[in-house]
Design a protein. Structure first.
Lengths: 200, 200
């Protein structure tokens, strides 16, 4: 079947946050509301009282020593930015902070060799544990799209983007596949609409 | 039908470049190979002999006075970057330059009130002239996705991204709709594969 069946070994997803180590970022996890506010103030470089994607990006380092991608930061801000201003306030930031930590935890769980990247074999296992049954060719496509130079590995920000897209497209497919047949018949404009809506 | 029929009034697409005016950028069109090299040198801020998306972005201003988006610059570099290095050399840059000018010309043609943006009514006409027959709801979705705050207009860089995505998804649909019925039956993984491949 096409997704998300519960299996005995599958971890709850997303799972609880736990403290972030240096490899995955230059920030400390907040243990109190006061900590969140301090971290918010440090990230809010222009002291506007709101954090935009650029400010978030400047504060996030992936396991390969690079900043998170524009795409990933815009995607995540967009999820918590209820007013569609392209920014989050301190309360939305707290939710976003928890969300990022959840992804880091998921990523670290699948990064079995603790290399800071997910390689093809690890990604296959990751999606299996999430309940997907993807072909090797599809997994390879995901890796290639993320690591277009070497085709070997995925950083945590790339992993977040891929997983969010897969989740969105899966949901879009699922609501059209009412009888759970694993295939749908779809018209041109609806196809375009779904494909464009889910893309980030 | 779902796309691209030739119609009497449709302009060739993309069409020939012509000189760019200040509204659409701070660059002059090259009339000789020497001009291309001079512009290349000006954009290549780190003097690496190659131009990356960030350098391109710094040189491109849309009709609303903003730099082109990261997404648009990465998309365009990726089209001419045959070695998948994330950069273009001077020869690839010349092709890219022509490509950008073609899009600017298309955009200006559809920006009938010369506002520097394409509004909903203009976008409807633009896609009609390209041979598409989209519903008002779909056009509205495109505008909303680009202008997520005001839902009113699209800048040239947003227009390029939308058009390239529509072209890619149309092509992906068309090759599966062998009998030109305007609908396809598609399995889950293939659906995901197409949706992810076309997204930028």
């Amino acid at each position: 079947m096409y997704s998300g069946e519960e299996s005995a070994e599958a971890p709850a997803y997303p799972i609880q946050a736990y403290p972030v180590e240096g490899r995955y970022g230059n920030y400390a996890p907040p243990s109190t509301n006061n900590d969140v506010q301090q971290w918010f103030a440090a990230v809010d470089k222009d002291h506007s009282g709101r954090i935009n994607a650029k400010e978030l990006q400047a504060a996030l380092i992936n396991g390969q020593g690079d900043h998170f991608s524009d795409t990933c930061c815009q995607l995540m801000i967009g999820m918590f930015d209820k007013e569609k201003s392209g920014t989050v306030d301190v309360n939305q930031f707290e939710q976003l902070y928890i969300y990022i930590n959840q992804w880091l935890t998921v990523f670290r769980n699948y990064d079995r060799d603790q290399s800071g990247s997910i390689e093809e074999e690890e990604l296959i296992q990751a999606f299996q544990q999430m309940g997907y049954r993807f072909s090797p060719a599809f997994i390879n496509q995901l890796i290639k799209k993320s690591d277009f130079q070497n085709h070997k590995r995925m950083s945590v920000d790339q992993f977040i983007v891929v997983c969010v897209q897969v989740q969105r497209f899966t949901e879009a497919f699922r609501i059209r596949d009412k009888q759970m047949q694993g295939s749908i018949t779809i018209g041109f404009e609806e196809f375009l609409s779904v494909a464009l809506e889910g893309s980030v």
